[in-house]
Ligand binder design. Sequence first.
Ligand code: PMP
Length: 350
Amino acid sequence: MAKFSVDDIVRNNIKKLVPYSSARSEFDGDAQVFLDANENSLGSISNEKYHRYPDPLQKKLKEQISAAKDIHTEKIFIGNGSDEAIDLLIRAFCNPGEDNILTTPPTYGMYEVCAAINDIAVLKVLLTDDFELDMHKIKKSINKKTKLIFICSPNNPTGNSFSTSDIKDLLEKFKGLVIVDEAYIDFSERNSLLKKLKDYPNLVILQTLSKAWALAGLRIGTAFASKQIIDILNKVKPPYNISIITQQLAIKVLSSNADVFKNVKVIRYEKEKLLHDLKEYGFVKKVYESDTNFLLVKVSNATALYNYLITKNIVVRNRSNQPLLKNCLRITIGTPDENAFLIQALNEYK
Ligand code: PMP
């Protein structure tokens, strides 16, 4: 294995950074009177109990995630959506105007956008025609300035998962971080790479409560990695990035996970049904297998079908302008009624 050290890849200014020390991180014990954070001690006139700052390190929520995922709290970062973790990873490890990240389009767009915001170049290595990682080209493209490789598995928008042995191969050969975005993992029958964290010090896994957990509006994303990497993300994040309400609601939802399994089962069933139904239409050229809660569908004219569905009050995502995805629509699995509504509209499409 290539010798990997976090110290070798973290930006120098971040290594030297003295993080902001918030009142709640300086003293997080119990006391009768808190006069240390310039809060409004009288509380809100509406009597809501939100006049205090939230726990900056979300300890209770992390304990719950730790128990659910069997992973130490020190290896968990919680962000305002996993989008925050993506941005922080780029900011902490890539020098603007100098370093680069590697992505494998067609894939989730925020890796590239966050890189652009931070003035970081993006090496794009297209997937193969059958949506697999092009390992040969990836290895050839990596250079001394490549700090992060983003692998989205299962991949948005193609829906497939990548070979674990390919990902392990990258983890072993690449001296930067391999970030595996598992936003859709709970819909997949494949295992998460969480158990591999102990074997690979350069592995970061992103997950989110926005998909299977049905909490996209709450904004909770997680990064799992070594304590050393998580400490860096905590150093760079805004001190109070997760609100009290968000922490409380997430704790409540995570403690009743029966709903999630029920939902995932329904979504999987509906996905298979929709996949089968879609294949019956002459204008559908291909429906790709999916480990997620959406289907990628190649049709004869994606823009025409997209526009038609809009007239029927149905919005899908037109991915036709993405590489390898000519005439492809991405369709999220809806409720059983919504899926039936879609099929009814497609039956009337000429
Ligand atoms: N990763 C992938 C692959 C996604 O598709 C999304 C959202 N569409 C995200 C991350 C961001 O999720 P969050 O809501 O946690 O910011």
